[in-house]
Structure formats: C-alpha cells, structure tokens
Design a protein around this ligand. Sequence first.
Ligand code: UDP
Length: 448
Amino acid sequence: RSMKRSEGEEVERPHAVCLPMPAQGHLNPMMVLSTFLHSHGFTITFIHTDFDRSRLLRSGGPAALRSTETFRYASFPDGLPPSDIEGNRHTPASGPKVTLLVWDGITSFGRRAAEALGIPNVMFWTASAAGLLSYLHFPELVARGIAPLKDESYLSNGYLESRVDWIPGMKDITLRDLPGVLRTTDPDDIMFNFVKDEAMSAHEASAIFINTFDELELEVLTAMASKLPPIHPIGPLSLLLPNHQAASMASNLWKEDGRCMEWLDQREAESVVYVNFGSVINLTVETFKEFAWGLVDSKQYFLWVIRPDLVPGSGLPEEFWEAARGRGLVVEWCSQREVLMKASVGAFVTHCGWNSVLEAIAGGVPMLCWPAFAEQTTNCYYACKKWGVGVEIGEVVRREEVTRLVVEVMEGEKGKEMKKKAAQWKEKAHRTIKAGSSFTNINRLLLV
Ligand code: UDP
C-alpha cells in the first residue's frame, strides 16, 4: 500500500477507483488507463458489474480477475438485490484510502459519490469528442423543436439531410450525421434522455480526459474548450501500452480465438478485408446475408468476426463456404487491436464504434462504414467526409453495393487515396501518443 520514496521515507500510494460503463467499448480504454496509472505507482480498484464479472471470468478464466494488493477488482450488483429491497445496505469494501475517482462520461453517479465523499475525480470520455459535443447540444435540439421528431415520416422525408449550422466546431454536419439516438419520436425515449443528461455532467467535471487526439478532432476540441472544464485528449489509448501489457489486460467479454493471427500472418500485405461489428449491435438475418454475399462476391480474402449473438439463429450456409473457396475465416472474437496492426489487413468493414475507428486509424486501415446507433453515425461522417479514410455503406445493405465498395477500397483509385490518408493519420496517431500532446496530457492525469 505504500511506496518507499527514498531510504526510510514511506509515502502512501495514490489509489484510483476506476468506474467504467459496463460495456466492452468502455471497459477496454478504462483498463488501459488503469494499467497506465498502476504502472506509475497507483493502487487501482477497478469496478465491474456482477454480470460483466461473471462473463470476464468465463472468457478469461479465473486468473483473469485475480486481485493483487495494488490492482484490485470489485463488483456491484446490476439489479436491485434483495438486501436493498429489505432496506439493508451493502458492506463497503475495505481498502486503502481512495485519492482519485475516474468516472466514465456515462457513469456520472460516480462523480456524485466522489463529491459527496470529498474525493478528487475526473471524467474519462471513451467516445469521440464529436460525440460529446453532439450530445451536449441535445437540449438545444429539443428547444429548437428538432428532436424528438414530430412523426415517423421525418425519418424518410429528407428531413434528416437538413444542415445543422448552429453547433460550433461542426459546420457542415447534417441531422443524419448527428448521433442516431435523436431519430426518435418519443419525448420519453430512454436512450435519448440518458445520453443527454449524462453528457451534461461533463460541465461538473473537474477535468475531462478523452480518448482522441488533438489533430484528429481539433475543430471540435477547440469549440468545446471554451464551454467545458479543462479537456485533455489522450488517445489513441490502444497505442499507449507495450504490446505484452495490452495483451494481458483482462477485459474481453468473449473468448478470444487466436487462430486468426496465424491466418493473417500467412496472407499477403493488404490482401484481407476484416469485418467486425463490435460488441453491441445485432444484424437482421437479411442484412447478414447481404453482407455475406457481398463479401464473397468481392473475391477478396476476408476475416469475419461473428459474435455468437450477432445474428439471431443464423449461421453461414454451405453454399457460402463453397463460393468463398478457402478465402475466408470466421471466428467469434479476436484481439481487434492486434488484427488492425497486421500488415495483411487492407480494409475494415466497421459499425464505427469509436474504439474501432481509433484502432483502425492507429493501424492505418481504411474503413467501410456501416454505422448503426449512438454516435457511430457521427464517427462515420468524420471518417468519410473529414479524414478521408472511410466510405459509407448505405443503411439498407445490398450485396452489390458491398461488393462494389470492397473492391473499390481494396483495388481501386479511391482505395489508394484512402490508404494514403490512413497512413498519414497512423503516423500522427503514433507520434502524439509516443511524444506529442496525448503523451503530455496522459501524464497530467498522474498529477490530478
Ligand atoms: N473488440 C475486440 N474483438 C472483437 C470485437 C471488438 O477486441 O472481436 C474490441 C474492439 O477492439 C474495441 C471494442 O471491443 O476496443 C469495441 O468498442 P467499439 O467502440 O468499437 O464498439 P462497441 O462494441 O462499443 O459498439
């Protein structure tokens, strides 16, 4: 619990409690941050929900969550346990005095707890800065009568193409590019109101750390700077830790299948299309089929990660594998961070979750974007329209379009342009985290 500063002098180790939103895209960056703090002398208490804890143990084995004296795991119930209903209280876990609480932008109850206890705390936003800036303007969407939408017809009558020229830092954006959660007609929509209210808690933070980097989101970060507490971009966090340390983090909710690494190593440079829709979204059987046939018809090599719960009750039929002629590999989960670093990966079909986008940028891989919800639509807009590293697949997926775009990115002129841009962003990403502003900013966290 304590560190020796010099002979005879004992100092208390600082102790950070890290409270992520219990979802894969939040656990990963929070785990990187915690590992960083730990390697700089912090004691860590990393908080899971009981549900995630049991999943992590299933995917990583009992060793995955074994606490040490200085890196401790704790968990809390996800539902109301009987003891609460009976009016009893949980016994607080004992441990060293907490000196810092790191709350996820959408676990703002952590901030309130820290304040009540008088503990210094910081907000860690794991999504894009553009996502945060968008959510911060949700109250104005309501005030202007834009959201909730008046009725369902507004989803298809061209209304979503309207320009939004009143969000500073996002000049050319349209309603369609803002987070998809605004596409609701229900004033009590749970997701809309949740993200709106949670994002507003940024105003109460003592400091905000974001998994992005200055050059990537400069306009947005500049626009936010005058409105919010101090903002420190610290990404891409997937590049922060040495490989062995990142690989040993216990944060996979699904069991990793390492076969794909060897398979990728056997392929030629930039010859594989990597397809992964992240940890949350589901595909309809129809959409799944269109992606599958679009991919096979492109005649490219492909690695497709199909989570067991990606598509309800549907596998790939025999005819698919016959048509794929040994060009494809399907696994249930992979280490995406590592896959996107492989030289053989030439393109990434992605739902544009922020971690996926940043990991693609860190690996210099161009993207075929098919955003589904939350701020994925916003990330897609930036990848395609601002950074030049993405092309968008239409919302209603058609196999011919998938084939055309895959071939274009893998072999066409557009693909060449995108690869050039992607290589430039990759270099900037590595530079900022190794010795640039992200490096400087993450070290500020040690001083909070
Ligand atoms: N991920 C992974 N293996 C997979 C799928 C996803 O390691 O097979 C990781 C991915 O690298 C990323 C996170 O899970 O860090 C997903 O977060 P993202 O923000 O991209 O999307 P979400 O899952 O939240 O929609």
